[in-house]
Design a binder for this molecule. Structure first.
Ligand SMILES: CNc1nc2cc3c(=O)[nH]c(N)nc3c(CC[C@H]3O[C@@H](OC)[C@H](OC)[C@@H]3OC)c2[nH]1
Length: 371
């Protein structure tokens, strides 16, 4: 059975929370969970070479179907050897189905039962994304983990809109399951339902019979208050299979990763460490640091004394600030390197705490230091 390639082994579950630590086998290596996946939208984590990315501790990255489907196009990526060859990444890769990006990026988009029609944000050309096309695109790209095409309603959508999105997402999941051919790829179902318990349960229960190798919690990190996201996880993850990985899409800040793990999430992705890094905002073990702030002008201290990354081991805060003030490209590169190292070290610490039975104490230990 092809999907035996995606065995997920639980190593420990925290006695006082839903936190778990596990090992997830993929055709491109084993992922230690909980894990954070850096976002690489157009086939690159902006500013980093693959070796630098490995140095941060990352073992899995994302590409993004919407961007690559438009440019250079799935067939071109396939002709160039597929995503792993394309950016010479030997680790696992996950792609999204593209539906979410279409709503956040495309100029015009319209959704019907058939699929989503939209105009490319690049050249305005009209495109049509159906569940079947989302499968063939992701098969051409060749990621290890691919996502169903789903409908992610805005956080403030009325309940009947969220209900319609849940049921369409379920119908599209059936079409994706039907259309997906490659047995060396794991197709994840995506649970919708906003922050409404009955609709989250409806969505999760409707996806269980498909026996997906993993389940994503979608429809969050779309503007809802964090406590609403946490509450939603509390009644959503228990409906999902214990023995399958759970992926919370688009999340989040460091505290959101901790709160998500404590509520049973295994995988995360977010642009925050890379995007904030490019803008001079660093996550550190004593809280966030805005490097463009004048207070760092003559600061000889490292960005984060506990961090093993190049930015912290070799340079002063004064130098890093200088790079940003001059618009030097080394600034964003070094802070991207640092922020991803911070996220990977955070997940490593959380995983070790869970393995030692003290996962539930991890939040307090971190918050005390972040100020
Ligand atoms: C920021 N908040 C957020 N909430 C989200 C909710 C959904 C959702 O319900 N369904 C789908 N299909 N995708 C979602 C996504 C996009 C994740 C992708 O966004 C990409 O980041 C730019 C990344 O791809 C490099 C990732 O692909 C795996 C969300 N992002």
């Amino acid at each position: 059975m092809g999907l035996s390639k995606f065995a997920f082994t639980l190593l420990a579950t925290d006695p006082k929370s839903m936190a778990r630590a596990g090992l997830w086998e993929t055709p491109h290596g084993t992922i230690e969970t909980p894990a954070f996946m850096p976002v690489g939208t157009a086939g690159t984590v902006k500013g980093l070479t693959p070796d630098q990315l490995v140095a941060t501790g990352a073992r899995k990255i994302l590409a993004n179907t919407y961007h690559l489907a438009l440019r250079p196009g799935p067939e071109v990526v396939a002709d160039l050897g597929g995503l792993h060859r394309f950016f010479d990444w030997s680790g696992p890769i996950l792609t999204d189905s593209g539906g979410f990006q279409i709503f956040s990026l495309a100029k015009l988009s319209r959704m019907t039962e058939e699929g989503v029609t939209f105009r490319s944000h690049l050249d305005g050309s009209a495109l049509n994304l159906t569940p079947e096309k989302a499968m063939s695109i992701q098969e051409f790209l060749g990621a290890d983990v691919i996502m169903c095409l789903d409908e992610c309603p805005p956080a403030d959508a009325p309940e009947e809109h969220i209900l319609r999105a849940v049921d369409r997402t379920t119908r599209w999941a059936a079409r994706c399951r039907e259309a997906h051919q490659r047995s060396d790829q794991a197709l994840f179902g995506i649970v919708q339902g906003g922050t409404i318990e009955s609709l989250r349960i409806r969505s999760a229960e409707a996806l269980l019979p498909f026996d997906f190798p993993g389940y994503a919690v979608g429809g969050l990190s779309v503007g809802e208050p964090p406590p609403e996201m946490y509450r939603t996880l509390e009644f959503t993850t228990p409906v999902l299979p214990v023995q399958k990985p759970r992926y919370l899409m688009g999340v989040g800040r460091p505290i959101d990763l901790i709160e998500g793990v404590l509520r049973g999430i295994d995988l995360f992705d977010c642009v925050m460490p890379t995007r904030n890094g490019r803008n001079g905002m660093a996550f550190t073990s004593t809280g966030p640091v805005r490097l463009k702030n004048a207070r760092h002008l003559r600061d000889t201290s490292p960005l984060d004394a506990e961090c093993p990354c190049q930015a912290c081991q070799r340079f002063s805060r004064g130098y890093l600030r200088h790079l940003f003030m001059c618009g030097e490209m080394l600034g964003p590169i070094l802070l991207t390197l640092h922020n991803l190292t911070f996220y990977q070290r955070l997940m490593k610490g959380l995983r070790e705490a869970i393995l030692e039975g003290r996962g539930h104490e991890f939040r307090a230990s971190q918050l005390a230091r972040w100020g």
